[in-house]
Design a binder for this molecule. Structure first.
Ligand SMILES: [Zn+2]
Length: 132
């Protein structure tokens, strides 16, 4: 595993902190780090609400990247609450496809950090409705 994955894991781990914010909102059970094409790392945590207003850690990290003026993702890493596979959900895959319709298949996803398993978004998201 290369050093960048380790830096992404450390960045995601640093913001991972399960907490109850109010009786309706909790956050931090899952954290994620996104590596932009420029080489910067952006993080996000999941935010869960009682009425579907929440967001996955991956999309939160991607929105953080966009907030900071970047638009292209190179890598995504997610730390799930229980060690194991951290594949992005359908909504997060959909966002990545729409952000990078011509190159989303090249985005690298850390599928299982404990095993160092990396897969591309194209491999886990074939035959999407947007396809160039
Ligand atoms: Zn998701």
């Amino acid at each position: 595993m290369d050093k960048i994955w380790e830096e992404m894991y450390a960045a995601a781990k640093a913001v991972m902190a399960s907490r109850q914010i109010s009786e309706f909102v909790s956050a931090g059970d899952v954290s994620a780090a996104v590596l932009s094409k420029s080489g910067r790392i952006y993080t996000g945590v999941c935010i869960d609400t009682c009425s579907t207003l929440g967001i996955c850690a991956e999309r939160n990290a991607i929105f953080n990247m966009i907030t900071n003026g970047e638009n292209e993702i190179a890598r995504v890493l997610c730390i799930p609450p229980v060690e194991g596979k951290g594949a992005p959900c359908g909504a997060c895959r959909e966002l990545m496809v729409q952000l990078m319709p011509k190159s989303y298949k090249d985005i690298e996803i850390m599928l299982d950090y404990s095993k160092g398993t990396v897969i591309t978004l194209g491999e886990i998201t074939p035959e999407w409705w947007i396809d160039y």
